[in-house]
Design a protein around this ligand. Structure first.
Ligand code: SF4
Length: 341
């Protein structure tokens, strides 16, 4: 139930078992062979790489696996998580820090790129490991704001009165337990110049059980207008459980947007992009950005050429309502905002 009135920021302490989402999190599939066997697939000829899995381990919640097509080696959800030999081929122009995070560091766990906004690296953990992730090489052990108990990160934000919006990012910020999130937002609530809070999360899509009573109560009680930017790349990432989770998030008054990455073999067709926008809209989510791939080392096999991206975007605009057309952008290190293609 979504509370009618704001609930306290800190849910009452409980000695009950850990929330169900944490058990599901721990139960994620981590072995590529197990994943393939669940899908009835043979590893031969798939190009699975143990080196790639050692560098960036496979991790995928079982509920997300259940949305993959049995027996389909080209399944677009499978392709997003399977460690492949392709990742180990060095490619010119693909680097460890594709979007200039290191140069934009403003303090421990805080990245400043755009006017008025601060990105808070809340945690390095994710429920799913996306092979194209632009932060797959990010030094999370040193850089998460949680590591210093939020003090340094909140001080950086408090000391810069030009910041009016904080973006909780990661990793996935909702991988933190809700009381930990409440600790952070309690500290941020004392910063007078903050006007908005944004959360970048893939959890409601890949592990919808994360949207539980405690999270909904925390969200509904926040003192700022909240925007939740989800991350889904394909219409089949949505199912009834995701719909229910998103309905609960909407019930808190949060605005729900989606950002997707244009990925070869996943969503690089106008049919896939139109279906993504329409399916998201049916779940109450508007498309926000369609990102050209960040050129991070290990992800080159996902890249779609700019000419193809522009053609797909034109075809999408000719097919669906204007509000279902995301902005096609690229992040360029040093730019004052996302660069339209
Ligand atoms: S959920 Fe986001 S941060 Fe985590 S691996 Fe996927 S793209 Fe990267």
């Amino acid at each position: 139930m979504i509370p009618a009135a704001p609930a306290p920021l800190h849910p009452a302490p409980t000695h009950a078992a850990p929330p169900r989402w944490q058990q599901l999190w721990r139960d994620a599939v981590r072995d590529p062979r197990e994943l393939l066997s669940m899908l009835g697939l043979d590893a031969a000829g798939l190009g699975i790489s143990e080196d790639a899995a050692a560098q960036f381990p496979l991790r995928v919640p079982r509920g997300f696996v259940a949305r993959m097509r049995h027996g389909d080696r080209h399944d677009p959800l499978l392709r997003q998580v399977l460690p492949l030999d392709d990742e180990m081929r060095p490619m010119p122009g693909f680097t460890l820090d594709a979007v200039g995070d290191a140069a934009a560091k403003a303090g421990h766990g805080v990245i400043r790129k755009y006017r008025g906004r601060a990105l808070l690296i809340a945690t390095g953990s994710c429920a799913i490991h996306c092979r194209y992730c632009f932060r797959r090489h990010f030094p999370y052990a040193e850089e998460t704001a949680a590591a210093a108990g939020w003090r340094d990160a909140v001080a950086t934000i408090r000391n810069d009165t030009s910041i009016d919006e904080v973006i909780l990012s990661g990793g996935d910020p909702w991988s933190l337990a809700t009381p930990k999130l409440a600790e952070l937002t309690d500290a941020l609530a004392a910063v007078p110049h903050l006007r908005r809070l944004r959360v970048h999360t893939r959890l409601p899509v890949v592990l919808p059980e994360r949207v539980d009573d405690a999270l909904v109560q925390w969200l509904a009680a926040l003192p700022w207008p909240v925007t939740v930017v989800l991350h889904a790349n394909h219409a089949r990432e949505f199912d009834a459980d995701v719909d229910a989770a998103l309905a609960r998030l909407r019930g808190t008054g949060a605005l729900l947007l989606n950002q997707a990455v244009l990925l070869r073999g996943v969503n690089d067709s106008v049919d896939a992009l139109a279906a993504l926008s329409e399916r998201g809209h049916a779940a109450g989510v508007l498309p926000y950005y369609l990102h050209q791939l960040d050129r991070v080392q290990g992800a080159a096999h996902f890249e779609v050429p700019d000419e193809t991206a522009l053609r797909l975007h034109r075809e999408l605009a000719a097919r669906v309502s204007g509000y279902l057309v995301p902005k096609l952008v690229r992040e360029v290190a040093g730019d004052p905002g996302k660069r339209p293609l």
